[in-house]
Ligand binder design. Sequence first.
Ligand code: FAD
Length: 515
Amino acid sequence: MAEENYEAIVIGSGFGGSIAAYRLAQKGIKTLILERGKWWPITEKQDTFCTYREPDGRAAWLNDKTVLFEPKPIDRYVGLLEQHIEDGITVWCAAGVGGGSLVYNTVLYQPSRANWDRVFPAEMSYDEMDAVYYPRVREIIEPSPIPGDILESDYYLSTRAMAEQAAFAGLKVKRASLGSNWDVVRQELKGDKKPSAIAGEIWYGINSGVKRSLDHNYLALAQETGHVTILALHQVTEIAEDGQNGYRVTCERIDEHGEVQEVRTFATGSLFMAAGSMGTSKMLVRAKATGKLPKLNDYVGQFWGNNGDTFATRKVSMRTNGGQGGPASIIIEHHDNPILPQALIVFPEWDAPEGTLTTLGMTLPADLGSFHYDPDTDQARLTFRLDSPGNLKMLEAVNLTYALLDENNPYEMPVEGSLNFSGHYFCPINGFPEPGTQSTAHDKTQAGAGVTAHPCGGVVLGKACDLYGRVLGYQGLYVVDGALIPGCTAVTNPALTIAAIAERCMEDIVAKDFG
Ligand SMILES: Cc1cc2nc3c(=O)[nH]c(=O)nc-3n(C[C@H](O)[C@H](O)[C@H](O)COP(=O)(O)OP(=O)(O)OC[C@H]3O[C@@H](n4cnc5c(N)ncnc54)[C@H](O)[C@@H]3O)c2cc1C
């Protein structure tokens, strides 16, 4: 097998990977991105992605059924959403050129100073993040809040309903900063484009091109430099120390059905891990356990959290629109929740019953999980205990916020026993429910936390890495993605903070290690 050499190799093309590649390329460094997923270019015909209403193989990563909503049989394909069924929790991740930006709700939410200080090492100054790195990301992705004319349209009824509910309960509401192109939403509203965002089609991609996904900004800028090669459908299977060259990266070139076409190896002196919290953590834990990177420290694989995510579907007994327009456009902050600070986001759930609102809650997880190598499967596996006393507080806290909303809801409540229910794909604790056990009636809103789309940690700043993502024990090995985050991004959705921290890391790494 002939080895190809690159000055730098980046594994993964999501937030961390695309920022690393762009900043390396700006410095003139010949960089290779290896990405397991495919490109998803937006077409004139608006048929890039499948839809919630008619899912197909494009919905899921090499799976024979969909992973959202009620499972439906699909063809195995290199689709967008990968499901990791772990010990105690199920985790959703993205696959494709652009990573999570292809599937995300486009919420780019900066934490408050107080919450930041509760999560991140004291040496990482909020002032610096606020003044330099968050703005640096926003300058490139250009997020903005939902404009009034769009929010007032019929399609955003549920968003307005949630804002009204929050106001009744005296909770703070703000418009989220979204990486969405609102002019394209207006084209949908005018009928110039087929309904996509306004029909609440978000997680399988938005066919009209509303999302400012990374292939349109950071990755496009990286390619414009002429120094970056992106190899899609290249799944890294192993990383190892390579005496002479630094690191050897082995990957499989796959076709669109996941069949291996070729095994390729690459060598580099500078390896950037950006396969996401799950991908990066699992690869490094396995490399340590199998003697490929034996000098990694014992913090590798530790301090993983679900970002404090919970989900609930509330029955609000007012007119709503489950297939509401999206992406999720408002945030409710209950930072003075006496148990744990909360943020809630209402998001489109296309088949939710009339009169309900589905929300994601985010807080601070207490008892973090860890990855362990399993020699029987030759893979690393995550253990996370949602039912530990510390983590049960996440549910107590968010249920307290929901109780506040329920108690202050002035609309006539339906009969007891059917007042609220947990959404059909969110179970209370301990993993993913079997189909058929997914809808549970409750007499008050009860959040579930069996699944997260916001994995954080595993190779954490200041523990397994220095405060700039340099992996301890190895020169030229870096982590620049969600694996760096200590369990959560301080009561926010994680992408903006992952991106801002990647910018901070790359500024230091490029200046000092490539000086
Ligand atoms: C459905 C959904 C909705 C979300 N909505 C939001 C939101 O609105 N706001 C927000 O802040 N966050 C949101 N998130 C979370 C957000 O997408 C992630 O936090 C973010 O993308 C993580 O960035 P990252 O750089 O760590 O990894 P990712 O963006 O996940 O990128 C990792 C990349 O590495 C690739 N990869 C993995 N393994 C390999 C391998 N072995 N070889 C080659 N390539 C590999 C993957 O295919 C992927 O492209 C959402 C996530 C999901 C799943």
